[in-house]
Design a protein around this ligand. Structure first.
Ligand code: GLY
Length: 306
C-alpha cells in the first residue's frame, strides 16, 4: 500500500433496535458528534486504531447509548461492561469483559492488546489491570442514568421478561466504530453494557473477536450490534468480512445479516468498510442508528428495516 494513498473513512453505530421517536434525536446527535470530532483527525493523519478508540470513547461518555455511561443494569442491579478493539494491520486484538466502574472499557481493551502478552481479560483481573494502567475508577452513579434505573425497577421482577427480545423496550444498545486510515490500515472497536437484566457474568458478542468486531487489512473491518447470543453463533463481524471476498461492502453486510436471521433467528446490525474503501451497513431490527463520513461528506441516519 502506498503511504498516504487512501481516502480515510469512518463509520460508527449506536445500536440496532426499535429506537423510540423521542430518543432518535439524541442518537443522531451523539453519532454526529463522534464523527465530526474524529473524522478531521483521521484526515490529518490519525491512525485507524486511534480513530476507532476515540470515536467509541465519545459514545461511551454519551448517556444515550448502552456503553460506558448509560449502560443497562444486570439482574442484580449492577453495570458490567464489555469491549474490544482490533488492528487490521497485524490482527492484534484486545478485550475486556465484566468490568465495573470505568467510563472507557475500550481503552482498557486497547491496553490489554498493547501492554500484555494476552488478548482478553475478565472481571477482577481486568479491573486490577485497569488500575495498574492508571484508569480512574468512577462511582457506579457516574455510569447509571435515571432512565436505566427506572427501567430496571420496571423489569427486575417481571416474570415475562426475556433478554431474547431486548428490542421490545425503550432503551439503547451497543456502540461501535470502523475506520480506514490514509495509510490503508483498518481497525474496528465495539463497547457495550450488554443486555438488560442479564445474569451477572454474562458475556455477549461485543468483546469476542469475530463476533463483536473484526478487522483485517486483507479484507475489511466490521462492528456488530444487537442480540449478542445470536451474533456470537454466526460470528457476525468475521462473517461480514469473509463475505467481502465475493461481494461489495453493502452486499456483504446484507448477506451476513440474512444469515444471522436464517441460521439462528438472530437480531442485529453490522457496519463494515472494505479494504478498498467502500462501506456498508445492514440490520434486521426495526432500526439501526449510524453515521458515516468520507471525503468530508457525512451521512447520519436512523435506518428503518424494509
Ligand atoms: N450486543 C451486545 C450484547 O448482546 O451484549
Amino acid at each position: 500500500m502506498d503511504v498516504k494513498s487512501m481516502n480515510p473513512k469512518l463509520i460508527v453505530h449506536g445500536g440496532a433496535w426499535n429506537i423510540p421517536e423521542n430518543e432518535c434525536a439524541a442518537h443522531l446527535e451523539g453519532l454526529q458528534k463522534a464523527v465530526d470530532h474524529v473524522y478531521p483527525l483521521l484526515r490529518s493523519g490519525l491512525t485507524a486504531l486511534d480513530a476507532v478508540e476515540k470515536a467509541v470513547n465519545m459514545l461511551e461518555l454519551d448517556p444515550t447509548f448502552d456503553a460506558g455511561r448509560g449502560a443497562f443494569l444486570n439482574a442484580v442491579g449492577e453495570i458490567e461492561l464489555d469491549a474490544m478493539i482490533m488492528d487490521g494491520s497485524n490482527l492484534d486484538y484486545g478485550a475486556v469483559a465484566g468490568v465495573q466502574n470505568y467510563l472507557h472499557p475500550v481503552s482498557i481493551a486497547r491496553k490489554v492488546m498493547e501492554r500484555t502478552e494476552h488478548c482478553f481479560l475478565i472481571g477482577n483481573g481486568a479491573q486490577r489491570f485497569a488500575d495498574r494502567m492508571e484508569f480512574v475508577q468512577v462511582k457506579p452513579e457516574e455510569l447509571l442514568t435515571e432512565r436505566e434505573r427506572e427501567y430496571y425497577e420496571r423489569i427486575k421482577h417481571d416474570p415475562g421478561f426475556t433478554t431474547r427480545r431486548p428490542f421490545d423496550r425503550s432503551g439503547c444498545d451497543t456502540v461501535g466504530a470502523v475506520a480506514l486510515d490514509q495509510y490503508g490500515n483498518l481497525a474496528a472497536a465495539t463497547s457495550t453494557g450488554g443486555t438488560p437484566r442479564k445474569l451477572p457474568g454474562r458475556v455477549g458478542d461485543s468483546p469476542i473477536i469475530g463476533a463483536g468486531a473484526y478487522a483485517d487489512n486483507l479484507l475489511g473491518a466490521a462492528s456488530a450490534t444487537g442480540w449478542g447470543e445470536s451474533i456470537l453463533k454466526v460470528l457476525l463481524s468475521k462473517t461480514t468480512c469473509d463475505m467481502l471476498r465475493t461481494a461489495n461492502a453493502m452486499d456483504a453486510a446484507e448477506r451476513a445479516i440474512e444469515l444471522l436471521g436464517e441460521r439462528v433467528k438472530g437480531l442485529g446490525g453490522v457496519i463494515v468498510i472494505s479494504n478498498n474503501g467502500d462501506y456498508g451497513f445492514a440490520h434486521n431490527t426495526p432500526q439501526m442508528a449510524f453515521a458515516y463520513m468520507a471525503d468530508d461528506q457525512i451521512e447520519v441516519n436512523i435506518s428503518a428495516y424494509s
